[in-house]
Design a protein. Structure first.
Length: 427
C-alpha cells in the first residue's frame, strides 16, 4: 500500500456557524451579554439599567445644579450672617444630603427591580383527563405553542385572583407581577416604569424609590427655606423691599421658584406613595383595579403594610447576570425533526416561541460540511432512503443526527428523498 493511501484524510474544514454548533469547546458568554430584555448593563453586568438610562443623567443634573448654585452664590452671605461654624454647617448639610440623594438614586436605578427569569419553554398544558386528544392536538400542531388559557386562578389570602400568561416570557405571571413593555421583562410586584430613574420600580427597589422621592422633597424644602432666609437677611441689611432683595441676589429668587416647583412634584409623589404603602397597593394596581371600591387581597392592615415595605429583607435577585452561559444555549435552539415533534414528550421540552427569530441560521450549502464531518459522502446512485441510524466505520451522535434531520427538512432534502422513493416503489 502506498504512503499516500496509508495517510489519513485531513479533517474537513467547517464553517464558523457549524463549528459553533458542533464544537463543544466554544467559549461561553455571560448572561448579561445574551440578555433578551431591553436593559443596559455596565461594569460587566454588575449594574443593570433600563433602556432610557440617559434620562438618569438628566435627573442627576436637575438635582446637583441647584445645590451647586446654592453653595456658590447663596451660602457666602449665610456664612457671614450666622456664626462661622453654623454657616458652614448649613452648606455642609446641603452637600452631604445631596450626595445621599444621588446614592439612593443609583440604588434605585442600578439594580435588578425584581425581574422574573424567562422560561425556556411554555408551561405544560394542564391534564384534562383525555391524554389521547391532547396527543392528537400536539401531533397536529407540532412545533407550535400549546393552547394555554390566557389566565389562571390563584388563591391569595383566601381571595381568588387571576394571573395572566405572558407570551414573551412564556410563564404565568406571579400575583402582582406585570410585563414592562419598555424594559421587556416581567417584574415582580411591578409598580411602574419611572423614566426619571431609568428603571422599572418593583419588589427589589421600591423601598429605595420611596426613599429617593421623599429625600428629594426634603432637599428641595431645605434649599427653599434657606434661600428665603438669605432674602430676609438682605432685606434687613439694606432696608429694602422684597423686589430689591431679589435684585441683589437673583440666584436666591431663581432657586426659590425652582425648589418650590420641585417640592410640589416630588412632594406629591411622596404623598401618593405614602397612601399606596399604607393600603398596600402598587401604582399599577391603583390605576387598573381601583381597590378603593372592592376588597384588596394584599392589604393586611397599615402596620403590617408599612413593615412589609421598610422592615422586611429585600429578596435576592433571581438572575445571576454574570453567570457563564453557553452561547449555543442562548442563541441557538436545538433542531426538532418531524419524528421528534410528533412526540408529545419531545414537544413539551423543546418548544420555543422565538425559535425562528433567535437561533442562528445555517446556510444550505454548509450541509456539505456536516456530511464531511460525519463521513457521509453520498453517491447519486445510492437510494436516498438509506438507513441513517446504522453504524459502519463511523458513529453518529444524537446532536449530529438531529442537525442532519433538520437540514433535510429545511432545505428540501426530505422532499427530494420522498420523490425519489416514490419512483423506486412505483411500477
Amino acid at each position: 500500500m502506498s504512503a499516500a493511501a496509508r495517510a489519513p484524510n485531513p479533517p474537513p474544514q467547517l464553517s464558523d456557524s457549524n463549528r459553533g454548533i458542533i464544537d463543544p469547546s466554544r467559549p461561553s458568554k455571560r448572561l448579561y451579554q445574551v440578555w433578551k430584555g431591553s436593559n443596559r448593563f455596565f461594569l460587566r453586568g454588575r449594574l443593570i439599567f433600563g433602556p432610557d438610562v440617559s434620562l438618569l443623567v438628566f435627573t442627576v443634573f436637575l438635582i446637583i445644579t441647584p445645590v451647586i448654585l446654592f453653595a456658590v452664590f447663596v451660602s457666602e452671605r449665610l456664612v457671614n450672617e450666622f456664626q462661622h461654624d453654623l454657616g458652614c454647617l448649613i452648606v455642609a448639610i446641603a452637600v452631604v444630603f445631596t450626595v445621599y440623594v444621588i446614592c439612593i438614586l443609583f440604588l434605585t436605578s442600578g439594580r435588578d427591580p425584581g425581574i422574573i427569569p424567562r422560561s425556556a419553554h411554555p408551561p405544560e398544558p394542564e391534564d384534562d383527563g383525555d391524554g389521547s386528544n391532547r396527543s392528537a392536538d400536539w401531533a397536529g400542531n407540532y412545533g407550535a405553542i400549546p393552547n394555554l388559557p390566557p389566565t389562571k386562578d390563584v388563591l391569595v389570602n383566601g381571595i381568588i385572583i387571576k394571573v395572566k400568561y405572558c407570551h414573551t416570557c412564556m410563564l404565568y405571571r406571579p400575583p402582582r407581577c406585570s410585563h414592562c413593555s419598555i424594559c421587556n421583562n416581567c417584574v415582580e410586584r411591578f409598580d411602574h416604569h419611572c423614566p426619571w430613574v431609568g428603571q422599572c420600580i418593583g419588589k427589589r427597589n421600591y423601598r429605595f424609590f420611596f426613599m429617593f422621592v421623599s429625600s428629594t422633597t426634603l432637599l428641595c424644602l431645605y434649599v427653599f427655606a434657606f434661600c428665603w432666609v438669605n432674602i430676609k437677611k438682605i432685606m434687613d441689611a439694606y432696608h429694602c423691599n422684597l423686589w430689591r432683595a431679589f435684585m441683589r441676589s437673583p440666584v436666591s429668587g431663581i432657586l426659590i421658584l425652582y425648589t418650590f416647583l420641585g417640592a410640589w412634584f416630588v412632594g406629591g409623589l411622596t404623598t401618593f406613595h405614602l397612601y399606596l404603602i399604607y393600603t398596600n397597593q402598587t401604582t399599577y394596581e391603583n390605576f387598573r383595579y381601583h381597590y378603593d371600591g372592592k376588597l384588596n387581597p394584599y392589604n393586611r392592615g397599615w402596620a403590617q403594610n408599612v413593615m412589609e415595605i421598610f422592615f422586611t429583607r429585600i429578596p435576592s435577585s433571581k438572575n445571576h447576570f454574570r453567570a457563564k452561559v453557553t452561547e449555543d444555549s442562548s442563541t441557538f435552539n436545538p433542531p426538532v425533526s418531524v419524528h421528534h415533534a410528533l412526540s408529545p414528550d419531545m414537544a413539551k421540552t423543546s418548544l420555543d416561541v422565538e425559535m425562528g427569530s433567535k437561533r442562528q441560521a445555517v446556510a444550505a450549502e454548509e450541509f456539505e460540511d456536516i456530511q464531511n464531518q460525519m463521513g457521509l459522502e453520498r453517491c447519486r446512485t445510492q437510494p436516498e432512503h438509506s438507513n441513517w441510524g446504522e453504524k459502519g466505520n463511523w458513529e453518529i451522535t444524537p446532536d449530529i443526527q438531529a442537525l442532519a434531520d433538520e437540514f433535510q427538512m429545511e432545505h428540501g432534502f426530505a422532499d427530494r428523498g420522498r420523490t425519489h422513493g416514490s419512483h423506486l416503489i412505483g411500477p
